[in-house]
Design a protein around this ligand. Sequence first.
Ligand code: PHE
Length: 459
Amino acid sequence: MTAARTSIHGYWSSRFVFVLAAAGSAVGLGNVWKFPYMAGDSGGGAFVLLYLVCIALLGLPVMMSEVLLGRRGRSSPINTMRALADEENRSTAWSLLGVMGMLAGFMILSFYSVIAGWTLAYVVEAASGSFTGISAQGVGEIFNRLVSDPLTLVFWHTLFITLTMMVILRGVRHGLETAVRFLMPGLVVLIVIMVVYALIEGDFSGGLRFLFTPDFSKITPDVALKAMGHAFFTLSLGMGAIMMYGSYLPADASIASTSIQVALADTLIAILAGLAIFPIVFANGLEAAQGPGLIFTTLPLAFGHMPGGNLFGLLFFVLLVFAAWTSAISLIEPAVAWMVETFSMTRARSSLICGLVAWIVGLGTVLSFNRWPRIELLEGTAFEGKSFFDLMDYLTSNIMLPLGGILICLFAGWIMSESSRRDELGIQHPAAYGLWRFLARYVAPLGVVLIFLHVLGLV
Ligand code: PHE
């Protein structure tokens, strides 16, 4: 039986546009901002190695499963899961997977927008020439001045949410294509130039050693959890963004090759960002484990000392804003589409409501970097010492996305009938299909569960 459902929100004009949109969702602050600072915090090589393993063994099968479910369901994740469960005569409680994803989307967007706001602020810093000849200390001062002022942060956060909602309101297919087709390659070119700069002026061998020489003693359950969580975060998996985008995918496109292309591009960009940043960190005696400020306190040093650096820095931060923008859109699209489907609301109204909710939750992250560095309520719990930002990040990346990923794999690998999944996935080669099924059925769910159990100290 082939379910010929249709999407009320329209389709991508081609498979290639889907690749662009999925890559636009995947490539964002996760690659350029989060990956380097997580690698820095977690001791480098060991984290990078685990992250790569997680991308290959967990990320890829989850991505293929998520696109598969989306394309078969053809609606927002909540309604897709309900329809698919219904089709297989299973409980419609599967739609809760979509609900959890939608929640995760709000939580991630709330802090994502604040960090994207930092990037916007740095566009202005670069434009006003403040990086020229700057010292390591000066760079730190600019960053601290920014994050210690809640009102400035709220301003940029508001601007970013507004930008995101302006695109969402018109439907994701407008504008997104141009943004990804031209601006993303631009970002890649700039990062490559930064890597070349790091090669000439930075401590490149130090950077290489840090990123690629794993110190196995640093592989703790906590580092494994972070690496796994980041694999989900960076590929936009486990919360329905990719499922939503899959629902706009034309029926004849190959899910496997699309997913592999997106995962490869995403991973490559993260590694390049690492190669651009750590040589500068070590050459200037900066702290690799300084947390979320890492790129903002290292890259301006490079911009301040390279020829044409102000213009270059300006371009870089503009392109990073665009990368964050295309990711932010995918974070909130499932919720907006669900409201349109369920309450027959206009896109405009549903975008406004979703944007407002994410904006309000984001205020907690704004305060995390100045007035409210730790949540007092968490004292004495396992989350002691975490700020609101830390908590949102931890709950989503390390718990909700991997949990969503397990459920997606279990549904695609076990619940769906063999003929439905084979038909929808469309992998011709029996061995390749078998490999996907094995990864989706066993490796990905058990891998995630094993890491969870390790963290809880149960194995
Ligand atoms: N993958 C995006 C990034 O790396 C973030 C994201 C996570 C987007 C989850 C959508 C869903 O920046």
